[in-house]
Write a protein that binds this ligand. Structure first.
Ligand SMILES: *Cc1c(COP(=O)(O)O)cnc(C)c1O
Length: 388
């Protein structure tokens, strides 16, 4: 399978070897055995191998999605979680114990930060934040550092980090490198190929792709899978077969959707960059973006996320009133679905200490699958309302 392109894999992954084109939804808690010997054999195997034994450990539908994600991420095996945040929490709890330190890149998804600040600290795990672009960043490593956790591109402003260079520092020290790959969705950015040991995704976003399901995944290299499996079982984490089916169904069109999101987003980002009310457009596929060269080197495409900074001279109340003029952009959390969304963002919540923050009002756009000209016309109304 390895020689097939990802778009081809998407059409083949997680399917039964014969019969139904799609893996059916399997519902069940109890799995019945022929006799005690078979039951005993399954229990002996199940910590090392994937066998059907009890509903909480997964079923055919769940295994099909695990396999599809594993193949795309390029890992050994994956575990699924009811949300992306639950997947992040499981990754921390799987690999860290009291006294351990995790070094976290600035700009990570804010609830992950909060998880460290108000939960992990209760268990004696320590954390601190760093800017991976600082040439002196390795000074932030401590003797107790067991994991470096990065999100590249980062949430809200899409800062990209040199993952192969970070991996080179971590590997000889026995430090695990874990990435949140929600932006990359395993198709346009692949952290395990870039040297990471563990990749986490919110499948809620582009994998599901239709704003109708919550899901998280963690994919690990073989050397660190056993700890993940143990944490997942101990924490009682499992997902429903319906939800696994929905994500797998969404993934069939992942390549097609991402291309459309990315093409429309780039067109709209370039157009926004020429508007007098806009000071900065953040989108790594845009040539003017400071992350563009790393994006060219490490990413295989882009997506629908664009953040704009308005002219700092513009009154925030006026901007928010103008946002109210939008017809095609919904106001709501999340992104990665078929539809366009806007949400004001406060990057101070994702950055650390006094890291530079753009001074103007920041608005994150998710460019959906609508016709890009219609979206531009809608955004023109917002810009028009600010012009006079
Ligand atoms: C949305 C998101 C998550 C969390 O996913 P949920 O399914 O909403 O819990 C994690 N990381 C990033 C980068 C995200 O954008």
């Amino acid at each position: 399978m390895a020689e097939d392109a990802l778009a081809t894999l998407l059409a083949r992954l997680g399917r039964p070897s014969h019969g139904w084109a799609n893996t059916p939804i399997v519902k069940g808690s109890t799995y019945l055995f022929e006799d005690l010997a078979q039951w005993r054999a399954a229990r002996e195997q199940r910590d090392a191998q994937r066998v059907l034994s009890y509903g909480a450990r997964g079923n055919e539908t769940v295994f099909a999605l695990e396999d599809a994600i594993t193949a795309l991420e390029g890992g050994y095996r994956s575990k699924l979680f009811p949300t992306g945040l639950a997947a992040i929490a499981a990754a921390f709890l799987a690999y860290l114990k009291a006294g351990d330190h995790v070094l976290i890149s600035q700009g990570v998804y804010q609830p992950a930060r909060q998880l460290c600040e108000s939960q992990l600290s209760n268990y004696g795990m320590r954390f601190s934040f760093f800017d991976p672009r600082d040439p002196e960043w390795r000074k932030a490593l401590m003797p107790e550092t067991r994991m470096v956790y990065v999100e590249s591109p980062s949430s809200l402003l899409y800062d990209m980090f040199d993952l192969p260079a970070i991996a080179e520092v971590c590997r000889p020290r026995g430090i695990l490198l874990c990435a949140d790959n929600t932006w990359g969705s395993s198709l346009i950015y692949r952290p395990l190929e870039l040297g990471c040991d563990v990749s986490v995704m919110a499948a809620t976003k582009y994998l599901g792709g239709h704003s109708d399901v919550m899901m998280g995944s963690v994919t690990a290299r073989q050397a660190c899978f056993a700890e993940l499996e143990k944490a997942s079982v101990n924490l009682g984490q499992t997902v429903s077969a319906e939800d696994a089916f929905l994500v797998l169904r969404g993934m069939r069109t992942l390549d097609l959707r991402l291309r459309r999101h990315a093409d429309s987003a780039l067109e709209i980002a370039a157009w926004l960059a020429s508007q007098p009310a806009i000071r900065t457009v953040f989108h790594p596929a845009l040539e003017s973006d400071p992350n563009h060269s790393l994006w060219r080197r490490d990413a295989h495409g882009s997506n629908g996320l664009v953040t704009v900074e308005f002219d700092p001279g513009l009154d925030h109340g006026r901007i928010e009133q103008a946002i109210g003029a939008l017809r095609l952009f919904g106001i709501g959390a999340s992104w990665g679905g078929y539809e366009s969304l806007v949400l004001p963002v406060d990057v101070r919540r994702t950055r650390y200490r006094d890291a530079a923050v753009p001074p103007g009002y920041l608005l994150r756009l998710h460019i959906g699958l609508e016709d890009p000209q219609d979206l531009k016309n809608d955004l023109s109304k917002l810009l028009g309302a600010l012009a006079h």
